[in-house]
Design a protein around this ligand. Sequence first.
Ligand code: AHR
Length: 866
Amino acid sequence: MKQQKTKKRFCMAMLGLGFAVSASALTAVPDSVYLFSYNVHPGSGLNMAWSADQKYWSPIGPEHAFIKSDFGTWGGEKKMYNPYLIRTQDGLWRCVFQVNDYSNQFAVAVSRDLVLWQPQDYPYMEGVSSCLEPVLKYDANRKMYQVLFKTKEGDYYITESADFYNFSKPAKVSSDYVDSASRDVVIDGRKMRGQITKVAYAEINTVVTAMEAARYRESLNAELACDNEMRFKDLKPLEAQISINLDETKKISDKLIGIFFEDISYAADGGLYAELVQNRDFEYSLADTKGAQKDWNSQYAWKAQGNGGEWSIEENNPIHKNNPHYALLDIKKPGEFSLVNEGFDGIPLRKGEKYIFSMFVRQIEGNAGKFDVALEQDGKVVASTKVSSSNKEWKKLKVTFKAEADADKAVIRIIPKSEGKVAIDMISLFPKNTFKGRENGMRADLAQVLADLKPKFMRFPGGCVAHGDGLHNIYYWKETIGPLESRMPQRNIWNYHQTKGLGYYEYFQFCEDIGCEPLPVLAAGVSCQNSSDCGAGQQGGIPMEKMPEYVQDVLDLIEWANGDAKTTEWGRRRAEQGHPAPFNLKYIGIGNEDLVSNTFAERYLMIIKAVKEKYPDIIVCGTAGPWCEGSDYEAGWRLAKDNDIDMIDEHYYQSPGWFIYHQNYYDQYDRNGSKVYLGEYAAHAPGRPNNIETALCEAMHICNMERNGDIVEMSSYAPLLAKEGHINWSPDMIYFNNNEIKLTVGYYVQKLCSNYCGDEYINSSLTVNEGRKGVRDRLAVSTVRDSKTGKVYIKMVNLLNHPVKGKLDIANAESIFGEQTSLNAKLHLLTGDYDDTKALPQAKDIVVSLDFEYELPAYSFSLIEL
Ligand code: AHR
């Protein structure tokens, strides 16, 4: 959920390259010129043109958008109409614009230099239907901003603000009052309406330079391996000197690689969470899919068969208020009516394996309450059992039975065997063999491939799932613990249903089971910046009067995870659920790539302050927006610096070219500032494959993160899991269906790098005998040592279509070679054509001598274990 934003950092880099820009060649222009700001296409961004005489206008770009709207959801929204730009007396540029024709909000944006814009705010205008054609003025005497706007009813309003954030309730004014300074100007033969401001020529030059730099960078970022044959035609045989100095080391994070679990693409229900019955609680609702799937309701995945009875969905006297719907069966002819559940794309069964069936039953009328339960495929019964209850109150029945044959796509059939009316709910089927045999546990094979990654931490439950599609959709951890029937099911932001059967208790237990640190992420008091159903649309904030309660929820989570089982309330609740010992939570994430608006900042800092006051040892991980630069990134890092936030979660999905040309991304980071958690990243090539090209980009970035492991504390590829047929996002690290797991080349990179990691970085460098642009940029090396085992791991990446003859020069080798001149080692090699999606890593024994020569194959990742 990203948007390209204006780039400042790169502009500085371009100046360093001596890049020629068109405007700087014009030395004969006057000291001051005119800037025209406008919107070429209604809905697009803010465009600019300049002129020396207000007659001949040169578009800057042309059609380069200096601001784009961040308002609302992708697709229908994120549109800018009628921008109105002025410079106020403090020298800042301020712009207001209309976001649509139906919200009682307009957008405000601020910039110092027209290049880097601060995150936008969208004040709510009480009592009006819409905010059209806003006009911005500044009353210098009263030090007040005034925004005048129209409504679709044709009325005019004024609102005022001293800080450009808190605006007064709008008051009606007469149309005469809207004294717009907008002008019509002809640009490239087209009449445009906008504002003219006199500026120093130097300011135009800054803007043009930034724009040209952004274009240059875009061309580098667009480089792809498919053009390498052409790009690197006639290269001489490549030779590289790889120097590793075992005496030059620095401490780095021992938690660099972890996993990020989000319930996206059916990663949880129907995925890692081993429940086999779909819609077990009859709580699916049309709203889960935002009305897109018409049959998505309480009966989804269920089908009645036979004439011996009827069924309906009822709400009277449910098991729990959070689980209001249940099925009422009215049985006239026992055995001649059944209810069938299709599972998630069918129910997979393995011969000889045991399955646990459970169901809540409440007898209402007659003798009803006896059931046969059958698992069958194509009419053939694979397993069967019986349950019964004559209880007038809800009672949970549970039985274990065995599958007599394999089935890939079975169904579960509930056959009432007695007459009368009976209510049933929470109809569940789990394999007994879950990961580590946990009740209500994880699908064993999927959990195992996650465990095989040896992740050092796991972030959960999202992603956008954490902050939700609107305030009502925020993921509240308290709604996910305790008995399953009392948990609060919820619409998943990815347009399906979450049972919350996989909740906080299960996440923490899973982390413990695979030996990694839990990293729960909670909303920063705001919902997703791309929310589609948050009042009028944009990222809303929990009302300030409700924030103390929300902050308490966050504090309670820490007590729940770490509190004493006897002396603390939440510790006691954890123990009740089955884990008396504390989970030893060390990290907590606040926020997920939010719009770093004022609404956000107020709430975010309030939460972080409260956590640090009560739990100073908990490491708080804040956020810096959904991009690796631009307004949210800058504002997020500014908040981090000003407030000493322990760690910042960065997210970026980038093109292969970006990874190639940003190997130094972290080299310039402040060594004394907040630590970095790269919480979501992946290389995105056209068509979104997970192939050798993208996997090598990620391997390269891991080398760069290891070199910067003194500040980059953690990283996690995203997304982790995706179920075939239900994919919301590509690429993913692991694909699966009910019967198979399909690991990707990107998975193998993560696995190798995580399995062979260290806590000391050993100074390594690489030089190559070819200066052509892009050659050195496609090579990477990193060496780390695990101080506990003394093992040294050398990682080398070659993203070129040519092999590279590498000469290793290991300085001060005595610490690992001792008196010897060579060592037995292991080489792990992942290589293939750039578009290969099936390559597997190969391991072989090698001997490494002090003057070791190793040829890095074209398109390869090599890892040497010394
Ligand atoms: O990883 C998929 C999504 O990407 C996450 O939910 C969100 O944080 C990001 O936009």
